[in-house]
Design a protein around this ligand. Structure first.
Ligand code: PXP
Length: 239
């Protein structure tokens, strides 16, 4: 059974645009769960441009809600994450100037630090994941670093599909990496830039167990509402 994680960072972005309290990401977290999301994702960025420390803390206190907290390797962010104890963490690369996460982690360059961080979360029984590019080398290295799951950055595939270019090579790359990860006992997730079409394409890969979707899902909900959009995504990933 594939699961849907809903990234609600954009609710906080909208709230912050006015510097007031509405729309409330805490209510959004509860609501998306009520209408079918299997988990929620929030990214506590170093610049706190959307989710703030207090949001993350309060969201992690919501009962019966599985929270996936995306974090960089920044010491203070790691410290905060260990304190607020989400159910899951996903380590992502972060660059101050980027509009969104532009690619997977540079594992080779940061492997010692990442390994140490993974261990800290594993000690607290928090599920760990690494956001990586679909590369065989990075899957193998992820296994060596002792992580539970890997999430493939699907931005390249999404861009190819959206610009109506051939995406079969990228799809095969993700498929091969997913098969290898599964063999290595790493749970496979996918995320970034996904819409209905790209989610449907990737749903054909049996090894992908979780999709984490934000921007398109929240944007589409302006027209059709969170409930309808989440139900449509759930139907797509079930097929
Ligand atoms: N997964 C991870 C690890 C991410 O960093 C992001 C973007 O913040 C997403 C999924 C969701 O991407 P999008 O907002 O493009 O759906």
């Amino acid at each position: 059974m594939k699961r849907l994680g809903v990234n609600i960072d954009h609710v906080a972005t909208l709230r912050n645009a006015r510097g007031e309290l509405h729309p409330d990401p805490i209510l959004a977290a509860k609501f998306v769960k009520k209408v079918g999301a299997d988990s929620i994702t929030i990214h506590l960025r170093e610049d706190k441009r959307h989710i703030k420390d207090l949001d993350a803390k309060q969201i992690c206190l919501i009962k019966n809600l599985l929270v996936n907290l995306e974090i960089s390797t920044n010491k203070d962010i790691v410290k905060t994450a260990l304190k607020i104890k989400p159910n899951y963490i996903c380590i992502v690369p972060e660059n101050r100037k980027e509009i969104t996460t532009e690619g997977g982690l540079n594992l080779e360059r940061n492997k010692n630090n990442i390994k140490r961080i993974i261990l800290k979360f594993k000690k607290k029984k928090i599920r760990t994941s690494l956001f990586i590019n679909p590369s065989i080398k990075d899957v193998q290295l992820s296994k060596k670093l002792g992580v539970d799951c890997i999430e493939f950055h699907t931005g390249r595939l999404a861009n190819l599909v959206k610009s109506k270019k051939s995406f079969s090579n990228e799809f095969l790359k993700i498929k091969r990496c997913s098969i290898l990860a599964d063999k290595l006992n790493l749970e496979v997730h996918a995320g970034h830039g996904l819409d209905y079409k790209t989610t449907e394409i990737l749903s054909k890969i049996n090894q992908i167990k979780e999709f984490n979707i934000g921007h398109f899902l929240i944007g589409e909900s302006i027209f059709f509402g969170l409930s309808k959009v989440i139900k449509r995504f759930k139907k797509i990933i079930k097929n």
